[in-house]
Design a protein around this ligand. Structure first.
Ligand SMILES: Cc1cc2nc3c(=O)[nH]c(=O)nc-3n(C[C@H](O)[C@H](O)[C@H](O)COP(=O)(O)O)c2cc1C
Length: 212
């Protein structure tokens, strides 16, 4: 039985959120039919309009949650104006949700390069071909761009450079909430926030339960 599903007080929740998140992600890898690392990503445009879409979690460490995208896309432009985001995982088969909020930083060029190299050829070409979020007059136009790039890089597949407009972002959490379905909507919620008392970041997490 999951620890959060049985929680009586916040004291009995794990001290820190990342090991618990990894456990839930690993449970989702076994339970979900596809994309257990899919998460919704909410951003705020420069005029205050919220927008949301799915992305894939591609990196996770104690500093935050990493995804990759086109930095000139709608979300990239929104993050230039308002470098904050909210993430939400919903694992339907497990009846669990995790919500994360925080500021957003670009990952380093070296880290983006490393990840770009691991992508299949088609995805590396696609990152060059797609002017993500901008109007596309016909599908043929995109297909032709892909063909031209395939011809350009024929024989050089291993050295296709990362497009300068494509890279990662890291959401550095100011809160992480774990939600577990409960009977009669009496769900369990526990929210972690980085401890702000005293010295440095990284000195631990506070946690509390919330009414469902
Ligand atoms: C399950 C799933 C995973 C996705 N993963 C990504 C991703 O990792 N990066 C990305 O740029 N778009 C991803 N997309 C596409 C986005 O949802 C979205 O259509 C695209 O990024 C353009 O969003 P924007 O116009 O708001 O910038 C994914 C879509 C789905 C349904």
């Amino acid at each position: 039985m999951d620890i959060i599903a049985q929680l009586e007080t916040a004291k009995s929740a794990p001290d820190a959120p990342f090991p618990l998140f990894r456990k839930w992600l690993s449970d989702a890898e076994s339970a979900e039919v596809n994309d257990p690392n899919a998460m919704s990503l909410a951003t705020i445009d420069s005029d205050g309009t919220p927008s949301i879409r799915m992305v894939l979690l591609k990196g996770l460490d104690e500093s935050g949650f990493v995804f990759y995208t086109n930095r000139e896309s709608r979300k990239g432009t929104a993050l230039d104006s308002n470098p904050v985001a909210a993430l939400c995982f919903h694992w339907k088969s497990l009846r669990r949700q995790v919500r994360i909020e925080g500021r957003v930083e670009r990952v380093s060029d070296a880290e983006s390069d490393e990840y770009y190299k691991t992508r299949p050829l088609g995805s590396r070409i696609g990152a060059w071909a797609s002017d993500q979020s901008r109007p596309l007059e016909s599908r043929t136009h995109l297909v032709d761009k892909v063909s031209a790039l395939e011809a350009q890089y024929q024989g050089l597949e291993d050295s296709i450079p990362r497009p300068p407009h494509w890279g990662g972002y890291r959401v550095i959490p100011s809160s992480i909430e774990f939600w577990h379905d409960g009977e009669f909507r009496l769900h369990r919620r526990v929210v972690y926030t980085p401890r702000t008392d005293g010295a440095a970041q990284g000195s631990g997490w506070d946690r509390k339960m919330l009414y469902p």
